[in-house]
Write a protein that binds this ligand. Structure first.
Ligand code: FAD
Ligand code: EPU
Length: 341
């Protein structure tokens, strides 16, 4: 039975804690709910916004439509072969809960993605990533339902067109499908991803060496690093990195490096270098900046924050100022990672 509510404040449902209102709100807990919803003639032409944990959205207006909160639960081991275990999780499962399930059972591959907020269903949307691993490395397939036709479709790895903080769902198919569940392929024999300096240092502090390295230790190290750097949305409103790290052609990177010798950069293939946007924003003087209730986090310049009652538009104004200032200083246009609504 669907319970469609009216005039709902979205403040508890987005980690930026923006007090925008939804004209209508509905929670769906199974696929059948979606089909029931799509048959309601009153809502056929109503604009729809799909929402998981609200940890990667910035609400700049009241939403004059129907917010569909995806809360499909369930974690199931569906099959195994000599090398892999396949696990299907409902779109509403908390991402970190799934990671902990895998770590506890020794299913390897997701440990570097510990403590990322949000839901399983949103994870393929931007191919979530952290500490040298991206979702696509453990992705098998997903199931989604078309929001107009109700057609159910399975998307393979190739169908999703994953990139850095990108997928087909963030581009060509944006707002067209409700992802209902995702199947992951986990390794029986772990491959440890410890090339990030912060992970190696934290493991050393924990007394973990190559001899006693485990996916549990990596998960704990990642959790420790994240807690020390990133603001907890329960305390300060934020959506993680506001911008993506820009990827620039190598000659442009080299010209900048000649001017700013300490400029960090990570090669992506032979021709492109990824530059940490946090560095650019900090050098442009924004780290720790605050105006009213909006600001730039004191420990991580890539994270914009709502100290209390900022509006989405106030955060957007700050984001545009930062974008302009980085462009003027370095000639690089940084683009938002967060989904602007
Ligand atoms: P939401 O914010 O609810 O939605 C995000 C987008 O996905 C929206 O466009 C929405 O319409 C769409 N969507 C949501 N659910 C579905 C569904 N079932 N079907 C179809 N579309 C859907 N991200 C990283 O990649 N790496 C990080 O390290 C990281 N760290 C973070 C740290 C903090 C403190 C915070 C607040 C955020 C961080 N993020 C990070 C961003 C965020 O956690 C991820 O993008 C996460 O996947 C968002 O999940 P969500 O359920 O909250 O999505
Ligand atoms: N840096 C600064 N000043 C800052 C912040 C960063 O100079 O205030 C520079 C430093 O040189 C640092 C480098 O940026 O070494 C990288 O910083 P960090 O390791 O904190 O990572 P990031 O590039 O800022 C990315 C992801 C995060 C992810 C971490 C760890 C993006 C847009 N962000 O951040 O993802 O958790 O790496 O892998 O790719 C998110 O997407 O929301 C998110 C938090």
């Amino acid at each position: 039975m669907l319970n469609i509510e009216s005039h709902v404040s979205l403040k508890p449902y987005n980690t930026f804690r923006i007090d925008a209102k939804a004209r209508y709100w509905v929670e769906i807990t199974c696929e059948e709910d979606i089909h029931t919803l799509l048959q309601l003639t009153d809502f056929v032409d109503t604009p729809k916004l799909i929402l998981g944990g609200g940890s990667n959205v910035l609400l700049c207006r009241d939403f004059d439509g129907l917010v569909i909160n995806v809360n499909i639960q369930g974690i199931e081991v569906i099959r195994a072969d000599d090398d892999h275990t396949y696990i299907t999780a409902g779109a509403g499962v908390n991402w970190h809960k799934l990671v902990m399930f895998c770590v506890e059972h020794g299913y390897a591959g997701m440990e570097n993605l510990s403590l990322i907020p949000g839901t399983v269903g949103a994870a393929p949307m931007q191919n979530i990533g952290a500490y040298g691993v991206e979702l696509e490395q453990v992705f098998d397939s997903l199931t989604a339902i078309h929001i107009q036709t109700g057609e159910k479709r399975t998307f393979s790895y190739a169908d999703c067109a994953f990139g850095y903080r990108e997928s087909i769902f963030k581009r060509e198919l944006r707002d067209q499908y409700i992802i209902t569940n995702v199947t992951f392929r986990l390794d029986k024999q772990p491959i440890f991803h410890t090339r990030y300096g912060a992970i190696r240092e934290t493991l050393a502090e924990m007394g973990v060496s190559d001899d006693n390295l485990s996916i549990k230790a990596i998960s704990e190290a990642v959790i420790h690093i994240r807690r020390s750097k990133l603001p907890d949305p329960a305390e300060i409103g934020n959506a993680g990195s506001f911008f993506k790290n820009p990827e620039v052609p190598k000659p442009q990177f080299e010209r900048l490096k000649a001017k700013y010798p300490v400029l960090p950069g990570y090669p992506i293939g032979d021709d492109v270098v990824k530059i940490p946007a946090g560095w650019l924003i900090e050098q442009a003087g924004w780290k720790g900046y605050r105006t009213g209730d909006t600001g730039v986090h004191t420990k991580q310049a890539l994270v914009l924050v709502n100290y209390d009652n900022a509006t989405g538009n106030e955060i957007m104004t700050l984001a545009r100022q930062i974008q302009q200032s980085v462009l003027e200083t370095f000639g690089i246009l940084i683009s938002p990672e967060v989904n602007i609504v």
